[in-house]
Design a protein around this ligand. Structure first.
Ligand code: AMP
Length: 180
């Protein structure tokens, strides 16, 4: 059918806690806008305390983005890795500070468990910023692994997760989309 494309609504998490965080976030958002189509939705910019990291690290800037993607989940993973590489992400050791972290949180309503991809993302309910961002842009999305919607997971967030510290900033504005 001419002009017809099969698209899937996806949610992606962006994070950066090394180098120039604002510039890194700008670059990630600009690249994501090239691969995701409307309806695009963005969470606020959240500055979050690193969780489960082996050393003392700078806080992250995080944004959750949802939009339509015209490809399969492994193609989306490939696009996420390309964005990380473009920002010179290095992996000196597990959970090292990083210029760019682009993770797939949701791919439609699919549950995927392959060698290189787990969707919904296994940490989705363990990271407060994920639930804070998703509840604004995909509250009704059902997370099969937890048998609950995003809104329900948010409402029932355990105290241990709720205590992860976040400074809420504004929506990503035009200044975040000006990178060439
Ligand atoms: P990270 O250290 O968070 O960048 O994750 C590294 C690897 O996790 C990636 O190269 C992927 O193969 C794998 N992975 C598994 N599930 C996901 C997911 N939902 N989103 C992104 N990466 C994932």
């Amino acid at each position: 059918m001419p002009g017809w494309r099969n698209v899937t609504n996806v949610a992606v998490s962006l994070g950066t806690n090394a180098g120039n965080r604002e510039a890194n976030l700008s670059a990630m958002l600009t690249e994501l806008r090239r691969i995701l189509d409307d309806p695009l939705a963005f969470s606020r910019v959240m500055e979050t305390e690193p969780v489960d990291v082996p050393d003392s690290q700078v806080w992250f800037l995080n944004v959750i983005v949802s939009g339509n993607y015209a490809g399969n989940a492994h193609e989306l993973l490939c696009d996420c890795r390309t964005i990380e590489h473009a920002l010179l992400r290095k992996r000196p050791f597990k959970n090292a500070a990083r210029t760019a972290d682009v993770d797939i949180l949701l791919y439609g309503r699919e549950s995927i468990g392959s060698n290189e991809l787990t969707v919904p993302h296994p940490q989705i309910a363990n990271r407060r910023f994920c639930l804070e961002g998703l509840r604004r842009i995909a509250p009704g999305r059902y997370i099969a692994a937890h048998g609950q919607t995003v809104a329900e997971l948010y409402e029932r967030m355990p105290a241990s997760i709720k205590q992860q510290r976040i400074i809420f900033h504004g929506m990503p504005d035009q200044s975040y989309f000006t990178m060439e």
